[in-house]
Design a binder for this molecule. Structure first.
Ligand code: ARG
Length: 478
């Protein structure tokens, strides 16, 4: 009741201005004030204020369009723009008082504008609704964030390319089932993750096209009776097109779901990579050392150096996966057009962006400071009989059918296991007891270097191929 009375009094006292803190734009229809808890429960300003820049940009473009079609005078347009810019400065410097009574970022800014410039401020909302306004704000916000994400991705990709180039000749065991399979180069392994991230990058850039379409003009749901020029507003805001159906424009959030799905997939890639780094940094593998500045110690065990960054990124993946499910579930039962449910899109979306950007940043920085323990990798590749397939291929080239070759090599490996030797350490005479096709030149294929350089084709692990792939990778992200 109190807020209603303040509303009436302020309107009587000064018809061109009202007290923004007490004003509800729908008060005309209501006889009772909003319940205090409901007011807090339904408000979004605590989190949607992060879109204030986009909200102001959208309002300025809308005001320009309204003047362009003659709904506002040029003078009114300029007063509005000037007022909005003052508000932007105030928010930016932390001097703006956000009020949950005004529910969201849109009404807070609009009320402040009216407070600042008087009745003209009330004209800004002509031909628009918060429904098309919020959809526009999110799209502008995400468009900008996609550009940040893509930039961070490129920084991480560059770190991987640099590492691949440095370690093009470094040999490590390649794994399947986490069992030593065949030797590969560390550079080749890094470029595998580059490829994953390159697909992620292309997904984000593709999604940007669907994000960058303008809902404004849809108004609440059905469009507006004013002679608006949507193409004009779209040009002002740098949108590539306008939403073609007003109902769809205010209710669609699939661009946000799509973006979150891409984020979940990217996080999944980082999580897999993290799992490798955690293993590799362990005393048991000892393949890599992460820089001290990306690790922490233990408060009780002095010997510990924990790979917290990859562990946390792996953990945060669950959070982004959860946000994807939240958004899908949020949408699944909504009839057209706008529903208040959609206000719930922001927190999962914002947290997805923050989590992803943070993970990318820390990864890009961390990967610039990884040191590689070539000796340990080499040792592990030798211990795991990783050139066994090369011996089988050698026998096949000498005319032995592959299945028979497989059996011969199996026996040689058995001997190696029993006598604690790698294949290259077994004498020619001993090898020949399994097959008389084995000659002195067998040792060329049994070495790790021989094994990797023999895989010299597009997409193969040979150092020569890795260097060529590094060159192509740099061009692809240029
Ligand atoms: N805060 C709302 C949101 O985030 C803005 C749109 C509200 N529109 C409405 N008619 N209640 O979705």
């Amino acid at each position: 009741m109190i807020s209603k009375r303040i509303h009436i009094m302020s309107d009587t006292a000064n018809n061109t201005r009202s007290t923004p803190q007490a004003e509800k734009p729908w008060n005309g229809r209501f006889t009772e004030p909003t319940d205090a808890f409901v007011e807090a429960f339904t408000a979004s300003v605590t989190f949607d204020q992060r879109m204030y820049n986009q909200d102001i940009d959208g309002s300025i473009a809308h005001a320009r369009m309204l003047a362009h079609v003659g709904v506002l005078t040029d003078e009114e347009r300029d007063r509005i723009i000037d007022g909005l810019e003052q508000i932007r400065t105030r928010i930016h410097s932390g001097e703006f008082n956000w009020s949950i009574k005004l529910e969201d970022v849109h009404m807070n800014i609009e009320a402040a504008l009216t407070d600042l410039i008087g009745i003209t401020g009330k004209k800004l909302h002509t031909g628009r609704s918060r429904n098309d306004q919020v959809a526009t704000d999110i799209r502008l916000y995400l468009r900008e964030e996609i550009d940040h994400i893509v930039a961070e991705l490129k920084r991480l990709q560059t770190a991987l390319i640099d590492l691949a180039e440095r370690e093009a000749d470094t040999i490590m065991p390649g794994f399947t089932h986490l069992q030593t399979a065949q030797p590969v180069t560390f550079g080749h392994h890094m470029l595998a993750w580059f490829e994953n991230l390159e697909r992620d990058r292309s997904r984000f850039m593709d999604c940007r096209k669907r994000v960058n379409i303008m809902p404004l003009g849809a108004a609440a749901l059905a469009g507006t009776t004013y002679p608006i020029d949507r193409e004009f507003t779209a040009r002002e805001l740098g949108f590539e097109g306008v939403c073609q159906n007003s109902l769809d424009a205010v209710s669609d959030r699939d661009f946000a779901i799509e973006l979150t799905a891409h984020a979940a997939l990217l996080m999944t890639h980082l999580s897999r990579f993290s799992e490798e780094l955690v293993l590799w940094a362990s005393a048991q593998f000892n393949f890599v050392e992460l820089s001290d500045s990306f690790c922490t110690g233990s408060s009780i065990m002095p010997q510990k150096k924990n790979p917290d960054v990859p562990e946390l990124v792996r953990g945060k993946t669950g959070r982004v996966n959860g946000h994807l499910i939240s958004l899908l579930t949020l949408m699944k039962s909504q009839p057209l057009a706008y529903n208040k449910d959609n206000q719930e899109d922001k927190e999962p979306l914002f947290d997805t962006i923050d989590t992803l950007k943070g993970s990318l940043k820390v990864y890009a920085d961390m990967m610039q400071h990884v040191s590689v323990n070539k000796e340990a990798m080499r040792e592990a590749a030798i211990r795991g009989f990783s050139t066994a397939t090369d011996l089988a291929d050698y026998l096949v080239r000498a005319g032995v059918p592959f299945r028979d070759a497989h059996e011969v090599v199996g026996k040689a490996v058995r001997l190696g296991v029993d006598s604690g030797r790698d294949l290259a350490e077994i004498s020619l005479q001993e090898l020949q007891q399994f097959s008389d096709q084995i000659q002195e030149d067998v040792f060329e294929v049994l070495t790790l270097e021989g094994s990797v350089s023999a895989r010299n084709h597009l997409g193969g692990t040979a150092p020569e191929q890795v260097r060529a792939a590094v060159k192509r990778a740099r061009e692809r992200i240029a």
